[in-house]
Design a protein around this ligand. Structure first.
Ligand code: 5BU
Length: 250
């Protein structure tokens, strides 16, 4: 169905995927549509951040391959915090290869993502069948990027959305625009005080992504983990995001 002018509230979204349902359940319960991106490089920083922001997020987005001292002890500890504070573990691996290779990257190697992640990101660039290897997780397909000069133009986005809509393990997409209601929309590149960085990142406000893009979940990295008080910042983003979401329903 084509995107509608009026947005559908989270509880009215027809999401089949169990992980998508879980995200919506956490969002409504916690009054949060915030995902914190924990782009820190040590286990101790990551665990501290998870403790501080856990009550205020529906998921913690990770880049486990940037963590210097990665171990499954870290994963075990994160899982305990995630269970207690009710958020999902979202590995932003951005798979972008043929199915067979992605399956190896997903299940094997150092990180064994398949053993612990609730959600992963993947580029749909290799086509629908390549995404079938991600079993028992929610796949978020990247159809549009936030950075200046990204190659994800309208033609690519249309084709990528088609792949996403036809893949049963895809629960949603990353994009900087409104998408069909059958998909959950995740939007990174959100910051309350900055317009961008010197490496191509471009930021929007929570207000804009919820009201103009009808996003379901905003993703905030440096706005939270680089702030003086991560917990206070998480609350600030949670409140700004949830209020913008509520206002976008009218
Ligand atoms: P930031 O510190 O809020 O700029 O971090 C944004 C995070 O979202 C970071 O982990 C990126 O890898 C991720 N991201 C993004 O910024 N833009 C995109 O289009 C995609 C992911 Br896809």
């Amino acid at each position: 169905a084509p995107p509608q002018m009026k947005r559908i509230p989270l509880e009215g979204k027809k999401i089949q995927h169990p992980i998508g349902k879980k995200l919506i359940e956490f969002a409504l319960k916690k009054k949060s549509n915030l995902i914190a991106s924990a782009d820190v490089i040590t286990s101790s920083e990551l665990l501290k951040l998870a403790e501080e922001v856990g009550d205020h997020v529906v998921a913690l987005k990770l880049h486990t391959d940037i963590i210097k001292d990665f171990s499954f002890d870290l994963i075990d500890k994160l899982k305990v915090i995630a269970k207690e504070k009710e958020f999902l573990l979202f590995e932003d691996r951005k798979f972008a290869d043929i199915g067979n290779t992605q399956e190896l990257q997903f299940k094997e190697g150092v990180y064994k993502i398949a053993d612990w992640a609730d959600m992963v990101t993947a580029h749909p660039i290799a086509g629908e069948e390549s995404l079938q290897v991600f079993e028992h997780v929610g796949v978020v397909a990247i159809v549009e990027m936030s950075s200046k000069g990204t190659l994800t133009d309208d033609y690519y986005i249309t084709k990528a959305l088609n792949v996403a809509e036809n893949s049963s393990n895809v629960l949603g997409v990353v994009a900087q625009r409104q998408v069909a209601d059958e998909l959950l929309l995740f939007t990174p590149g959100v910051n309350l005080s900055s317009k961008g960085d010197t490496k191509g990142q471009q930021y929007n406000t929570p207000e804009r992504v919820f009201k103009a893009y009808h996003t379901d979940f905003m993703i905030v990295g440096r706005g939270i983990y680089q702030s003086v008080n991560a917990k206070e910042s998480a609350i600030e983003y949670q409140t700004a995001g949830w209020n913008a979401y509520l206002e976008s329903l009218n």
